[in-house]
Design a protein around this ligand. Structure first.
Ligand SMILES: Nc1nc2c(ncn2[C@@H]2O[C@H](COP(=O)(O)OP(=O)(O)OP(=O)(O)O)[C@@H](O)[C@H]2O)c(=O)[nH]1
Ligand SMILES: [Mg+2]
Length: 244
């Protein structure tokens, strides 16, 4: 088992304008027309001009709402899953000159106010990747079953990836350009979260966890993952390991 995970030093109150301008926020979105416009608008109002939404074969107005709110929109013609959508967005951001990248969920669960603390350690050159954790800092409000499943994911990650995280499946992450160039997501669906952790370790990328706030709303709970989906994620990940 590896050493305890390093945590970020004191978060910066502000982030350099040049860092915001060269940060690309990548959002995988599947049938999120009700939420995506607000999410993109909040990011842009907070001073992040480069928002990339990958519409993952949605059958609703996700792409249109994202575009109206000011995002660059990429489209998968069929639904490929969050991992595939993130890799599409990351590749696009790198080709567009991104120096920093963040992944962000489309369903309104992430808080844009957490981004400066996520990007700060990258800006200061302390680490290459910051991983958001809902279990550091204030106790997160969430359904008990979800807490249990996420605890199971942490234990699973410690056993399979041998990395000690407090939150193994948090969609809020920040990457330096170097880290984004190194990470190569092959698992199309939700198991990409474990794959990233594996690659952090195998590629020797430096990382830290940063406390973030995850909102559980009626919308996110109705739309989000069923607890039983955890078994499918574990299965996809283990199959991916066998065949890679
Ligand atoms: N479910 C799902 N989400 C996708 C897909 N492609 C992209 N996404 C996006 O991935 C993000 C996370 O998906 P969620 O289903 O909310 O997963 P989660 O946040 O880990 O789980 P919850 O805590 O249940 O919300 C959302 O922004 C989705 O719109 C896909 O094929 N399926
Ligand atoms: Mg969600």
């Amino acid at each position: 088992m590896s050493e305890p995970l390093p945590q970020a030093s004191t978060p910066p109150a502000s982030l350099l304008e040049s860092v915001r301008a060269s940060t690309f926020v990548v959002i995988a979105a599947f049938n999120e027309a009700k939420a995506i416009g607000h999410v993109v608008a909040e990011l842009r109002q907070a001073g992040f001009p480069n928002v990339v939404v990958v519409d993952d074969g949605s059958t609703d107005a996700t792409a249109e709402q994202a575009r109206i709110a000011g995002a660059a929109v990429l489209t998968h013609l069929i639904n490929r899953g969050q991992g595939a959508a993130l890799q599409t967005g990351i590749t696009y951001a790198l080709r567009s000159g991104a120096q920093y990248l963040a992944t962000f969920d489309a369903d309104g669960q992430h808080d844009v106010a957490d981004l400066p603390a996520m990007l700060g350690p990258l800006e200061r050159g302390e680490v290459e990747i910051c991983l958001g954790s809902r279990f550091l800092g204030k106790r997160a409000q969430m359904p008990k079953l979800r807490r249990l499943v996420l605890f199971g994911a942490v234990v699973f990650t410690r056993l399979t990836s041998r990395i000690k995280l407090t939150d193994a499946h948090n969609g809020l992450r920040a990457f330096s350009r170097k880290a984004a160039l190194t990470i190569d997501l092959q698992l199309d669906r939700m198991a990409h979260a474990s794959e990233i952790v594996d690659q952090v370790r195998s590629c020797g990328l430096s990382y830290c966890e940063v406390p973030v706030h995850i909102r559980y709303t009626d919308y996110s709970l109705a739309k989000g993952q069923k607890s039983s989906a955890a078994l499918r994620v574990a299965f996809d990940y283990l199959i991916g390991r066998v065949f890679r």
